[in-house]
Design a protein around this ligand. Sequence first.
Ligand code: SF4
Ligand code: FES
Length: 249
Amino acid sequence: MAERSVQLRIKRQPSPDVEARWEDFEIAWKPGMNVISAMMDIAADPITKDGKASTPIAYDSNCLEEVCGSCAMLINGKAKMACSALVDRLEQPITVAPLSKFPIVRDLQVDRGVLFENLKRVKAWVPVDGTYDLGSGPRQVPQQQEEEYPLSRCISCTICMEVCPQFNEETGFIGAAAISQVALFNDHPTGKVLKEERLHALMGDGGIHECGFAQNCVESCPKDIPLTRSISRVAGDVMIQALKDFFTR
Ligand code: SF4
Ligand code: FES
């Protein structure tokens, strides 16, 4: 082993129906290493710390620059993006486990499909159907663009859902990411055409009323999205919409 090494404890689970176990690895340290690059080194020579032959670790990743949102996992017990989790800033042995609130697929891979279903539920898009030239979109004042830009930085990593005490099977809470996208698209000059539908989607089971304002989401979001501000704004709009619905029944 090289002069300086990195110790990792990684949770392994070949399939959802098999019990998980921990495996320890020791690899040579390299400058600028992150958790993904450490696991790439393990894949190149998958031998455990006690010399047993193992297999490459299964995990999701793609961009390796905190943009695609696929590499969220529990690193030393905290939900983080593995591609930006620098080894030198982590206590060793570095424990790496899958997110705990999503169905396990294999090792560190989980099925985060619920977020994408929730985004569909709130119609988190600007409706621009058709293949014809729609011309230039409506203009937005720079101040409004500046307010909305941070919300557009969401990478669908699901960390805000993982850390939220209300995101569980009992509540079916839709989660901060989908609510924040409602704030983004309801303010968009074209997107706001679906505003009422989005607000109605947040009124039912698992809707915005399930938020307990724990604020874990805003503290953990890797993109520093002002999630609690989005939730407050949207909660106000949902309330106004509910009153409108009541008086126009
Ligand atoms: S809001 Fe933040 S934590 Fe939640 S999915 Fe988007 S980027 Fe991830
Ligand atoms: S690999 Fe894309 S965010 Fe980490």
